[in-house]
Design a protein around this ligand. Structure first.
Ligand code: F6P
Length: 376
């Protein structure tokens, strides 16, 4: 039986997502209302690992004043990082080379020194994997799923996704008017890592004619045939939404490089697609990469609410004595699932889901089959 909670810590890790501040606000207020102290760790776990790097010591009290009026703000007031995994911490050797060192025990000691009884870790698969590891090592941990990519298993949706889709849709709307005026092909590249959720949802809502997602390796001949078919019908422009993780049949992902930890940085496939489509169709093609714009800005109200619900539910989980679980959206309610199950694999787009079927029925081309021909 774990001892009663007096102090909890919040940490935000991995790529930021709109709605993080709503989680921080809700978890803080709910924790304070329990009579607990609430502190925030700066930049994932770095505030605890390297406190001397921070003028405020890396761990800050979260008070009502600190979390007032923050739900509508993008980013995270605590800062975040996708470096500094305590289980494989990048450390420079005396000879200048870098190695990864497991600093789990040191981190656990820091939690104990600061009398932190439990951690709420808000993150994607990387941060939740670290959370699961810390939990197995003895810390009380509750996970909160965050990512614009919506690629986490065991939750219907992550916060940040709705805001990213909203913005991408607005961009497609804008691009349609200029593409129509010039009779061009415009290729819009969106984030999403190895899942096509953002591309599919924004592409469908924005009226794209082709959508390329990682789940369906593409042949551009099919997309080009669709563009030519539209041309014959008098529609001189086409919008193709490409997920950064899309790749050709028998082809590789397009990479910008690798992070310090070796993780692939996806990006650049949109320009390749545009160039090839231009050759195949003889039409002018342009590329727009939405990139980090999808992560920035104010969360839409759905993401604010989801963040608030998740933050409050994380505190309720601790109050109820739960440990090693992730808060999950299971409409109409919020549920708890084992952290280990949530990180077991990525949630990719099921090819038979209703959104996919809808897109197929509308004749949106995914690069896997020739365009539909109307029955006469
Ligand atoms: O996971 C969120 C995400 O925005 C992905 O869609 C993208 O591939 C990645 O993060 C980019 O991360 P970074 O901030 O390292 O460029």
């Amino acid at each position: 039986m774990s001892h009663p909670i007096r102090r909890i810590a919040l940490s935000t890790g991995g790529g930021d997502a709109p709605g993080l501040n709503a989680v921080i606000r809700a978890a803080t207020l709910a924790g304070l209302n329990q009579g607990w102290d609430v502190v925030g760790i700066r930049d994932g776990f770095n505030g605890l690992m390297t406190p001397d790097d921070y003028p405020d010591g890396g761990v800050v009290p979260l008070t009502r004043d600190v979390v007032r009026n923050i739900s509508h703000l993008g980013g995270t007031i605590l800062g975040t990082t996708n470096r500094g995994n305590p289980t494989a911490y990048p450390t420079q050797q005396p000879d200048g080379t870098w190695v990864e060192v497991d600093r789990t025990q040191e981190l656990l000691d820091r939690f104990a020194e600061r009398q932190i009884d439990a951690l709420i870790t808000v993150g994607g698969d990387g941060s939740l994997t670290i959370g699961s590891h810390l939990c197995k090592a003895g810390l009380r941990v509750i996970g909160v799923p965050k990512t614009i990519d919506n690629d986490l298993e065991r939750t219907t949706q992550t916060f940040g996704f709705a805001t990213a889709v909203e913005f991408a849709t607005e961009c497609i709307d804008r691009l349609i008017s200029t593409a129509t005026s010039h009779g061009r092909v415009v290729v819009v590249e969106v984030m999403g890592r190895y899942a096509g959720w953002i591309a599919l949802h924004a592409g469908l809502a924005g009226g794209a004619h082709g959508i390329l997602i990682p789940e369906i390796p593409y042949r551009l001949e099919h997309v080009a045939a669709m563009i030519r078919q539209r041309e014959e019908r008098g529609a001189k422009f086409s919008i193709i939404v490409v997920a950064e993780g899309a790749r050709p049949v028998d082809g590789a992902y397009t990479l910008l490089g690798k992070d310090v930890g070796g993780a692939e940085r996806l990006g650049g496939v949109g320009e390749k697609v545009a160039q090839e489509l231009s050759v195949l169709t003889g039409k002018e093609a342009r590329t727009v990469v939405l990139g980090h714009l999808l992560r920035g800005g104010q969360p839409v109200s759905f993401d604010r609410q989801l963040g608030l619900r998740f933050g409050a539910a994380a505190v309720r989980a601790l109050e109820d004595g739960l440990d090693g679980v992730m808060v999950s959206l299971d409409p109409p309610t919020v549920a708890y699932v084992p952290l280990a199950a949530a990180i077991a694999r990525l949630k990719t787009v099921p090819l038979d889901c209703d959104t996919m079927l809808t897109a197929r029925d509308l004749g949106i081309n995914f690069g896997d089959v020739p365009p539909l021909v109307e029955r006469s």
